[in-house]
Design a protein around this ligand. Structure first.
Ligand SMILES: [Zn+2]
Length: 396
């Protein structure tokens, strides 16, 4: 076996492959209009690899060419009231800590710009949002849009934007998509520092320790080529000569954030609250759990197929995409139930199941329903009762 390339965070060669998942959809959340398109969607392999030196996990098989972010890419977290509350609290805290009043703020990968607009209006700041997939509400042929003191640039942030001023740079849920995070961070820092040597950075990413602790094997997706842990996130900023001020878990542990200042990386040495050793321990257990869980489900699906059981999956997000694509579900599971009416009649990337609404189950009469998220079990049981159905319920 060829050894995987060195760690993208610390460049160590002491890395090892943890698990391999072949042929998963490059974009797990794109809905397809026909089953044929869904089945033939672009796919890639996940070779989850662990660096024992800095505690980072990554996918060296990631192919950036498969990632064409377009305005169709919908990350709808913003619509969750709980997430909005979380963002508001975060804005209050950052504004107080870093005196973000009348400052210049750059948001790298701002998405639809909700966070940037909020932080700018809160402290009367000026904002510059960069996102290749930015979609203005009103089409504008120039790739620049102004909205209440916030300017959106439909492009990647690069040297050609060095004239934009920055006191504070924020980037949320972007870093985990970057195959060469060192270059990415270095380029941002070099560009922004031309106008101001003292900039505070705030980056937020999914927390791999949460996935490992939760044994969330269905949380692995192709789009995430980097899985940061507290030690690896701290390490990459320190090695780029940042002074790390703060690293913490957020949103019930699901996210990880770092606050750092452009400095020389020597005046402060930040002690992460999690050691690489703990990540290693979790990685070992996770690898074992992954094999066991996959075996369990392979057997279970074979049984259901032999018995000729009509089986559906309930809940069609990223977890569902992984469940249906990591396993061979063709001929066993034909439908996914989701309460979102926009998904009805569309098809799941890769595995090609059709999305249906709960009321369609009256016609499909499933013997077995597989739930992706046990949180909704009570709600789904009561919907099934209303539909006068009594299938077996399994938790994925
Ligand atoms: Zn490393």
């Amino acid at each position: 076996m060829i050894s995987p390339p060195s760690c993208p965070v610390c460049q160590s060669q002491s890395v090892r492959q943890v698990i391999t998942i072949p042929s998963v959809p490059a974009h797990c959340c794109i809905l397809w209009n026909t089953q044929q398109e869904a089945v033939n969607c672009p796919k890639g392999d996940i070779h989850l690899t662990f660096c024992g030196e800095c505690g980072h996990l990554y996918n060296p098989a990631f192919d950036e060419r498969l990632m064409e972010y377009s305005p169709n890419y919908e990350n709808s977290l913003h619509f969750s009231p709980r997430f909005q509350e979380y963002s508001k609290g975060l804005i209050r805290r950052l504004t107080e800590s870093y005196q973000l009043y009348g400052k210049d703020i750059i948001d790298i990968g701002c998405g639809k710009g909700d966070f940037l607009k909020m932080i700018c209006s809160y402290g009367h700041n000026r904002g510059y949002g960069f996102d290749k997939s930015y979609q203005p509400e009103l089409e504008d042929p120039t790739h620049k849009v102004q909205q209440n003191g916030v300017e959106f640039i439909r492009d990647y942030y690069s040297e050609k934007y060095a004239h934009y001023p920055a006191d504070f740079i924020v980037s949320r849920y972007v870093f985990e998509h970057i195959p060469q995070p060192r270059n990415f961070l270095q380029d941002i820092k070099n560009t922004a520092r031309r106008r101001n040597p003292n900039i505070t950075f705030y980056f937020e990413v999914p927390n791999i320790l949460y996935t490992l602790r939760d044994m969330g094997i269905w949380d692995l997706i192709y789009e995430h080529c980097s899985y940061f842990s507290a030690p690896s996130l701290t390490r990459i900023f320190e090695s780029m000569d940042f002074d790390v001020l703060h690293v913490e878990e957020k949103y019930m542990g699901q996210f990880l954030s770092i606050e750092a200042q452009t400095g020389n990386g020597s005046s402060l040495s930040f002690e992460p609250y999690v050691e690489v050793e703990e990540v290693r321990h979790r990685v070992d257990r996770f690898a074992l759990e992954f094999q066991q869980k996959m075996e369990h489900w392979k057997n279970r699906l074979t049984e259901l197929q032999k018995l000729g059981q009509q089986t559906v999956v309930w809940g069609g997000g990223a977890k569902c995409a992984s469940f249906l694509n990591f396993l061979d579900t063709s001929g066993v599971i034909e439908h996914i139930v989701d309460i979102n009416p926009r998904k009805k009649g569309k098809y799941m990337a890769g595995s090609g199941q059709e999305y249906v609404m709960p009321e369609d189950l009256k016609r499909l009469r499933p013997d077995t329903v597989i739930l992706m998220n046990p949180i909704y079990e009570d709600e789904i049981r009561s919907t099934l009762r209303e539909l006068e159905l009594n299938p077996d319920i399994l938790i994925a």
